[in-house]
Structures are given as C-alpha cells and as structure tokens.
Design a protein around this ligand. Structure first.
Ligand code: 5RP
Length: 224
C-alpha cells in the first residue's frame, strides 16, 4: 500500500467514531481530506445529524460541498471530537503540526474539543520530534526581527515562500519553519516560543491528543 492508501484507510476508520448529534472538529491536510470524504458519505447515507467546525477554509469548502453543516468555532460551546492529521508524533504522543499552514486554527479547535484524534500513516510516528521543520505562524509586522532573533537562538528559521511570495495562513499571517533536526525538550521550547512577541502560535502540540490511529502495512493500529 502506498502512503495515500494508508491515509485513506485511517480516514475511513476515523469516521466510525463519529456519532449522531455530535459536534465534530475537522482538521486539515491530505489525510483529513480522505476523512472528510468518508464522513460526508456516512452523513448522507445514514442521514446523520452532525455539525462540523473546520480548521481551515479549504476543509470548510470541502465539507460544505459534501452537504455537511459547518459552523464557526464561535457559534458552538464545545466540540465533541476533533479528527486531525499530524506531521510527526513522538512516542510520548506529542506532535508537530502545521505542515499545511493551519496549526493556529487547528490548535484553537483542539483545545476546545472534548476529545482529539490524530490520523496518520506510519511514516509520521517517530522516536523524537524535530526532523520535520517546526512551523511558526508569525504576524507580518516586524517578522524580519522575529526571524533574526530565531536565527540568533540557533533555530535555523526559514520563511515559507511560494513563487517568491510569503505563504499566507487563513489569518493572513506568515510562516517561519524552524529546522531543528531534533527537539530534546519540547515543553521548554514551547514556552520559549510562546513568550516571543510576534509569534502567534507554534506547531508543537503537547499533551493534546487522546487517540491516534495509524495506518500500517498490516492494517489500522490504534496506539493510544
Ligand atoms: C496542517 C496539518 C496537517 O494535519 C499535517 O500537515 C498533516 O498533513 P497531511 O495529512 O497532508 O500529511 O497540521 O496544518
């Protein structure tokens, strides 16, 4: 099975956890795209009554196109279950997210969810976080100074660019990816980044996930 088949497999597995009447958080990325397809199919076939909260404009468009009800996070009190992808998950179930530029909205939805599920193919399970560049969402104003500070700290920052232009998040902010190689102390790093003026949010998701579904060559594995 190739990586896309694994992503599809976990996407289909994840929607089995959705129950009628739930408020469901929808993550972002290619794995989530498969999950939203599967959820749209279930909702239609079983006439389910669910409300979705999306973590990106792209996911919202997909869910609406499939006929699902989408509300903004500010229109709901709490989300029952959020299903999202991840870029890396360590053995202690911390994660890096934001490869798809959506980690700010993803984190807001995650912390307002009763339960969080991540769905990944097996390549995302790692011993230690950090091989995947850690995304930061930064305010454009003063971002070159934030960049300099990150450089001085030895974090090897790189603005995320496409066709010579800054990639913009759905909140119209810039992204800086930190090429750290490995992250020995995620909690310490998270605190340091939390305290930097101009950094809106980093992609370290620590102690957030309740359930991880991994797609392997031997089938689906639930590892938390
Ligand atoms: C977007 C994310 C995604 O969940 C993450 O990048 C995984 O994406 P994919 O399923 O395409 O590998 O955090 O900000």
């Amino acid at each position: 099975m190739d990586q896309n088949a694994l992503k599809q497999m976990v996407g289909q597995e994840a929607v089995k956890y959705v129950e009628d009447g739930m408020i469901v958080g929808l993550g972002s990325g290619s794995t989530v795209q498969y999950m939203v397809d599967a959820l749209g199919k279930r909702v239609q076939e079983e006439q389910m009554d669910i409300v979705c909260v999306a973590t990106s404009n792209k996911t919202e468009d997909q869910a609406r196109a499939l006929g699902m009800t989408v509300k903004s996070i500010d229109e709901v009190d709490q989300i029952d279950l959020t299903i999202d992808g991840a870029d890396e998950i360590s053995k202690d179930f911390n994660g890096i997210k934001g490869g798809g530029a959506a980690h700010l909205w993803e984190k807001i939805v995650a912390i307002n969810s009763r339960r969080n599920m991540w769905i990944v193919d097996e390549s995302k399970m790692v011993d230690q976080l950090g091989a995947f560049p850690l995304p930061l969402e930064v305010i454009p104003f003063g971002s070159s100074h934030v960049f300099e500070k990150l450089e001085q700290l030895g974090f090897h920052p790189e603005f995320r660019m496409r066709d010579g232009k800054h990639v913009l998040t759905d909140s119209k902010n810039y992204l800086i990816d930190l090429h750290l190689g490995k992250i020995d102390h995620p909690e310490t790093l998270a605190k340091q980044l939390d305290s930097m003026v101009g950094v809106v949010e980093h992609g370290l998701f620590l102690g957030i996930v309740d359930l991880v579904i991994v797609g392997t060559q031997h089938g689906v594995k639930t590892v938390k």
